[in-house]
Design a protein around this ligand. Structure first.
Ligand SMILES: [Zn+2]
Length: 387
């Protein structure tokens, strides 16, 4: 069941839970039955034409006020900001720039929806049992080949030179494009819409992204997991094909191209890195679907902060399972994220330092301060949200 109001879209996903989508920001929020009823009341035309009409549901006035504030904050009650004056819009933009997460900066976006819709037959074919079975067989046989000591020797003895590194880099970039497309294709296959596919800087490293937020509307957990895992799966499939290609050329033409094996190995490693759930990469989304906890990262940080704020009341709202998840995930995530920041900064420092030591230090210190400020702003926001 789906109700579309002017600025929001309400979808029932389970018996008593609903997903509300803000159509202008594309953000999703999961709420319960009573909260949904109240939201429908607030956005109803009778209410907006005559606000003297009063709410007759189960919520008390305190709960109503709380929800009213939340819905306003999420933009559910207002129609776009287009009506606001230029000055206000600019201030809003300025604030957003500082409040947004600079660890993920989006550079360019395309809308693949039309392309996916016109190729829906090919997409359905890709998910047919036969194609899936062939894919699985290719993967299994390549996995088997890797355990051959000769293959390991080829990789170990392979000498990397500049042109090989450049070629490998290009191959990996192409692979990542295919990885993102795989998310889009899987999301489409299960009935979602994919309206954004693009390039971004993730911890200042170039990366691709695909907006598959429609997965929140999927009722089955396994479909969400499938969409999140499809990128890595496809990447590993390409590794497997490279290994098959190597063996084929070697066996029939005695032609030895170790770059194929090297690519397979690096590509496999990139996939593994993507599975680490402590930053918002594919592994993170898979973990949130498995645990069935939305905004796991934000909630975990808030949970840890609530100890610093001596606020045991905040923690009471969560179940034992959730508390354990927040504690373990939050702690590991803090450690991992800090390590990742330092690794990113250090590699930039090393790269620039080759050309000019002063520039190396300046650039890495500047980026470090931006990251630091961003961290303070984020923490401040999180701190305020713990009531
Ligand atoms: Zn991915």
């Amino acid at each position: 069941m789906s109700t579309v109001l002017q600025q929001i879209e309400i979808n029932q996903i389970e018996k008593e839970s609903y997903i509300v989508k803000n159509r202008s920001t594309g953000k999703f929020v999961k709420i319960g039955e009573r909260e949904t009823d109240y939201l429908k009341f607030l956005t109803s035309t009778e209410y907006s034409n005559d606000s003297a009409i009063s709410y007759t549901g189960e919520l008390n006035s305190e709960q109503q006020q709380y929800l009213f504030d939340k819905y306003t904050e999420w933009g559910f009650l207002s129609n776009n900001t287009a009506e606001s004056s230029g000055n206000q819009t600019r201030r809003h933009k300025f604030k957003t720039m500082f409040n947004s997460d600079i660890t993920t900066i989006k550079l360019a976006t395309v809308n693949p929806e039309k392309f996916l819709n016109s190729n829906i037959k090919i997409i359905k074919l890709l998910f047919s049992p036969l194609v899936m079975l062939i894919g699985l067989l290719i993967m299994l046989t390549s996995g088997w080949m890797v355990f051959n000591p000769e293959v390991v020797d080829v990789i170990l003895e392979y000498k990397l030179n500049t042109s090989v590194v450049i070629l490998l880099y290009i191959l990996i970039i192409l692979t990542i494009c295919i990885h993102e497309l795989a998310h889009a294709v899987t999301c489409k296959y299960f009935g979602g819409r994919v309206e954004k596919l693009g390039v971004m800087l993730f911890y200042f490293n170039p990366a691709m992204y695909c907006d598959i937020s429609d997965v929140y509307l999927f009722k089955h957990k396994w479909k969400k997991i499938a969409v999140a895992f499809s990128g890595i799966f496809t990447q590993w499939m390409l590794s497997a094909l490279a290994i098959q290609c190597y063996s084929f050329l070697n066996f029939f033409f005695s032609y030895n191209q170790p770059l194929l094996l090297y690519y397979a190995l690096v590509n496999f490693g990139v996939g593994l890195f993507n599975l680490i759930p402590f930053v918002k990469l594919d592994g993170y989304w898979i973990l949130t679907y498995v645990l069935n906890i939305t905004n796991l990262r934000g909630k975990s940080f808030n949970y840890l902060l609530s100890f610093l704020k001596f606020n045991p009341l905040y923690r009471k709202q969560y179940s034992g399972k959730e508390k354990a998840a927040f504690l373990i995930y939050g702690t590991l995530s803090v450690v991992y994220t800090i390590l990742l920041w330092f690794t990113a900064l250090f590699s930039i420092y090393k790269l620039v330092n080759k050309y000019s030591p002063i520039a190396g230090l300046t650039v890495s210190l500047a980026l470090g301060s931006i990251l630091g400020l961003n961290f303070i702003f984020t923490m401040q926001k999180q701190w305020k949200s713990i009531e």
